[in-house]
Design a protein around this ligand. Structure first.
Ligand code: FES
Length: 275
């Protein structure tokens, strides 16, 4: 089957902040499995309240950190040999073996917004240039979680269409539009849709890529707009709201500067000794 025009080569995992769990479902002091961004991850919260998302595979010998791994206010502890990693990912305890800086646990930038845990999907080790979405209201706790087939862009477009959005305006990492009922719809980055209703209530819907074929849709608030996801408008949304789609492609790649490649071999002229 020929992919719809303009959709053939979209990266499945845009760069930005995405909701990964409700805070009240995340274990304290432990790690639980999490599937997002095409990877097996682990999520937990430290006793002090900080949430943390990590790769689930221990960089020592590959144990599953989501199966018995512990998390405290300072460290993540592997269940197999007890190696410990800081919340920044560096190995801080390796039993009888010497510490090596080369062994690092990938830790994903993680923040809590309202009652929702968000992780930043970027290049390995990348620090996000901006924080998580700044919402007028978080809409309360996540009260509905669904899995939908399709690309995150198409699912977000489906949500916009369900809100009666015909067009909008880009403003940096936000895209603003009016709904058909006089509401205001704001898309924050690639994964958060805020729907402010005329009566003062707010829905927040989070769209998170899971495995390249499907997304998870989490909603908080009155959640009227989530009908778009459950009613399956994903394929029908392809080709609609072209201006929004152009804006959304800004998240296909990181806006952060790439680190300079490490040179090998001959030194630069300026590095060479004089004479
Ligand atoms: S496999 Fe994790 S410490 Fe050995």
């Amino acid at each position: 089957m020929t992919p719809p025009e303009g959709t053939a080569h979209r990266p499945p995992f845009p760069v930005g902040w995405f909701a990964v769990a409700a805070l009240d479902e995340v274990p304290v002091g432990e790690l639980m499995p999490l599937a997002a961004f095409g990877r097996d991850l682990a999520v937990g919260s430290a006793p002090g309240g900080r949430a943390l998302v990590t790769d689930s595979v221990c960089p020592h010998l590959g144990a599953d950190l989501a199966a018995g791994g512990r998390i405290d206010d300072g460290q993540v502890v592997c269940p197999l040999h007890g190696w410990c990693f800081s919340h920044a990912g560096s190995c801080v305890s390796s039993g009888a073996e010497p510490l090596t800086a080369a062994i690092r646990l990938r830790v994903w930038p993680t923040e809590v917004v309202g009652a929702t845990v968000l992780a930043f999907n970027g290049r390995d080790g990348e620090v996000p240039a901006v924080g998580p979405p700044d919402l007028a209201s978080t809409g309360g706790v996540d009260d509905r979680v669904e899995r939908c087939e399709g690309h995150a862009e198409d699912v977000v477009v489906g949500l916009l269409l369900a809100a009666g959005v015909a067009d909008g305006t880009a403003s940096g990492d936000r895209w603003l539009a009016n709904g058909s009922d006089g509401s205001t719809v704001i898309v924050h980055g690639p994964g958060t849709v805020e729907h402010r209703h005329p009566g003062g209530t707010t829905d927040v819907v989070y769209v998170t890529p899971v495995d390249g074929f499907a997304v998870q849709v989490r909603s908080a608030g009155t959640a009227a707009v989530t009908a778009a996801a459950s009613d399956g408008p994903v394929s029908g949304a392809v080709g609609t709201l072209p201006g929004f789609r152009v804006w959304y492609r800004r998240f296909d790649s990181s806006s952060a500067p790439r680190p300079r490649p490490v040179r090998s071999g001959r030194r630069n002229r300026s590095d060479a000794p004089a004479g």
